[in-house]
Design a protein around this ligand. Structure first.
Ligand SMILES: Cc1ncc(C[n+]2csc(CCOP(=O)(O)OP(=O)(O)O)c2C)c(N)n1
Ligand code: SF4
Ligand code: SF4
Ligand code: SF4
Length: 299
């Protein structure tokens, strides 16, 4: 919010009103703009009731959800980055510990590991495909160059989701939708000197867990690429999951899937079938086999 245009216009000799009214930080709400320009205080927007809390969560069927569930289960420290997956910091997943700025997850993790070498086997860096292309590659190069042990998870959902589903150098299309060369993450990471590169299905929680455990224990840099497209860019053909004989343990609610809610009166989980994509992540966390893919028996 620096006076960029204001200064340029002033430099042309034109009188401008700007920064003496509006600050260089914070948010410009309609209220603030109206108040500053008219000088008339805006009416209070207070309402006589407490509105319900609605924290932002990942979409139903989001490929990032299960990965964060596993990282939380493994009690790993997580150096986070910027994208839809930053929501892994919020409740109920609460898996991300730090997020500094776009691309800082890997270099941040390397720095923490250099300051506290014992952390190397207790933490990972997570970064989206677009963010990795933007400014993660340099951090990974640094990890190899500086003899780090860092484990990096590239959350590849085949799109730049958070900012509105733009293409990026790893999606195989230009921003105009034209075919483009596609960055091969495995080849790129290996070219940077990372010998341990593993690809895993983001919806296969057992596999994600096994690979993460192996790679954080490794005494050299590793990259894990979790793959599944963003739920909003695929034509989904899966049926919603069904609930049968729920014990009411609420473990599945820790996933923060908006398609799952709890009926306190009947002590059972409910699935909103208009939201559920049938990704099957919740069926893997329910120990009582109460959540099942449509048509599957719970025997
Ligand atoms: C330096 C900088 N440039 C741009 C942005 C805007 N921005 C926020 S998230 C994001 C990309 C996220 O894409 P990806 O890493 O693929 O994660 P996804 O949202 O798909 O999970 C961008 C460009 C930013 N936060 N910082
Ligand atoms: S837009 Fe895609 S990546 Fe973002 S939260 Fe939704 S499903 Fe996940
Ligand atoms: S569906 Fe399974 S995990 Fe969820 S509350 Fe019921 S028994 Fe627990
Ligand atoms: S299968 Fe489970 S986790 Fe996936 S969208 Fe449906 S309710 Fe959510």
């Amino acid at each position: 919010m620096e006076p960029y245009i204001e200064n340029a216009v002033k430099a042309m000799g034109i009188k401008v009103t700007g920064k003496e009214l509006f600050p260089s930080y914070g948010e410009l709400s309609v209220r603030d703009v109206r108040e500053k320009i008219t000088g008339v205080p805006s009416p209070s927007l207070a309402v006589p009731f407490q509105s319900p809390m609605r924290p932002p969560v990942m979409c139903p069927g989001c490929p990032h959800r299960g990965v964060f569930y596993v990282l939380r289960q493994l009690k790993l420290g997580v150096s986070g980055d910027i994208g839809c997956y930053t929501l892994g910091a919020g409740a109920p997943l609460e898996a991300i510990d730090t997020t500094i700025c776009m691309g800082a997850s890997i270099s941040g993790a390397l720095g923490m590991e250099k300051a506290h070498p014992e952390l190397a086997e207790k933490m990972v860096a997570v970064i989206g495909d677009s963010t990795f292309c933007h400014s993660g590659v340099t951090g990974l190069m640094d990890v190899v160059y500086n003899g780090g042990n860092t484990t990096v998870i590239i959350l590849d959902n085949s799109i730049t989701a958070m900012t509105g589903h733009q293409e990026n150098p790893s999606t195989g299309k230009t921003l105009m939708g034209q075919p483009a060369p596609k960055v091969d993450f495995v080849a790129l990471c290996k070219a940077l000197g990372v010998k341990r590169v593993t690809e895993v299905d983001a919806f296969d929680l057992d596999k994600v867990k096994e690979v993460v455990k192996t790679e954080v224990a490794a005494k050299e840099p590793s990259v894990i690429i979790t793959r599944r497209p963003c739920a909003l860019i695929i034509k989904n053909t899966e049926k919603p999951v069904e609930v049968q004989e729920c014990t009411g343990c609420k473990v599945c609610l820790k996933l923060g899937c908006p398609a799952l809610s709890f009926d306190e009166e009947n002590k059972t989980v409910l699935v909103d079938t208009s939201l559920c994509t049938g990704c099957g992540v919740c069926t893997q966390v329910c120990k009582f086999n109460a959540l099942r893919k449509a048509g599957e028996s719970n025997e």
